[in-house]
Design a protein around this ligand. Structure first.
Ligand code: AMP
Length: 282
């Protein structure tokens, strides 16, 4: 089967409605394109759990708080389409900005306390409102049964689950594990913007996360967080924005290890002018 491409909400919605009317389930994988194996793993998971799979490629302007970052975001539609076809994706939804935002700048606001206000919420003001706005619009356009998101964007995934419940959207949100290079580096479309040297330097992020996971039992949460910050801050070519250990449900800081709380370490760092994020569950 070849890949069908839709650019309008009406077209994708009527295809999905027709597919569901024949009794098939539809899985959805929203992306911003510049696809890599991380994205493909979500498509594979969607194919395991659903009969048909829709992938969207839309570089969402409302989630970029830095206009330069939006301008430089990699766009590889031809290569992406070939990868989608090879992965067995049924439909590519590739709308224009005007299709998704008939009124410019239209962005809703959600407040989920520390889950939306800390870390990415703190360092990229307005970012999550943009993400949740587009995810709601995409869910309403596509009307999938299930949608698949990566733990690579752990805070985003947590917020999407919360928004979906709050807005009563009839979509099951499925979390998928982070896919890494064999060297440990988390795959990201942004890695494509790194020079050879920066690419090597970026490995300090995953190395720090793995160190923290392996040595958790030796330290209190505060000590481990300090240790991780020291390692990352002293790594060559890496500028740490944050490294924090929080409760993976509330995003509140942890005073002590507790069997009832699953801690997560979240990192944001610049390598050259490329901002990377990664995380690990302890
Ligand atoms: P993006 O195109 O960066 O907006 O990502 C689209 C989806 O792919 C999101 O759900 C991401 O969390 C997910 N994703 C990105 N990188 C990875 C990765 N390395 N492993 C698993 N999922 C990923």
């Amino acid at each position: 089967m070849s890949l069908t491409v839709f650019e309008s909400i009406n077209d994708v919605r009527s295809w999905v409605q027709g597919t569901k009317a024949h009794g098939a389930t539809v899985g959805f994988v929203p992306t911003m394109g510049a696809l890599h194996r991380g994205h493909i793993s979500l498509i594979e998971r969607a194919k395991e759990q659903c009969e048909k799979v829709v992938v969207s490629i839309f570089v969402n302007p409302t989630q970029f708080n830095n206009p330069e970052d939006l301008k430089k975001y990699p766009r590889h539609l031809e290569q992406d389409s070939a990868m989608l076809e090879a992965a067995g994706c049924d439909v590519l939804f590739h709308p224009s900005v005007l299709e998704m935002y008939p009124k410019p700048g239209q962005k809703k606001h959600w407040d989920f306390g520390p889950v939306s206000n800390t870390l990415e919420g703190e360092f990229r003001p307005g970012h999550f409102d943009g993400v949740l706005t587009i995810v709601q619009k995409l869910f309403e356009a596509v009307e999938p049964d299930m949608a698949f998101f990566g733990e690579k964007d752990f805070q985003q995934l947590t917020l999407i689950k919360k928004m979906t419940i709050k807005e009563k959207l009839p979509v099951e949100v499925v979390a998928c594990p982070s896919i890494r290079e064999s060297t440990g580096l988390a795959m990201s479309s942004r890695n494509m913007r790194l020079s050879k040297e920066e690419y090597q330097n970026a490995h300090a992020i995953s190395r720090t996360l793995f160190f923290m996971k392996e040595n958790q039992s030796l330290y209190t949460p505060d000590e481990l967080q300090n240790k991780g910050q020291q390692i990352l801050a002293s790594s060559q070519g890496v500028q740490m924005e944050y490294l924090r250990i929080v409760d993976s449900e509330t995003f509140l800081p942890l005073r002590e290890w507790n069997v009832d709380v699953k801690p997560v370490v979240l990192i944001a760092a610049f390598v050259g002018d490329v901002r990377l994020i990664d995380n690990i569950i302890l």
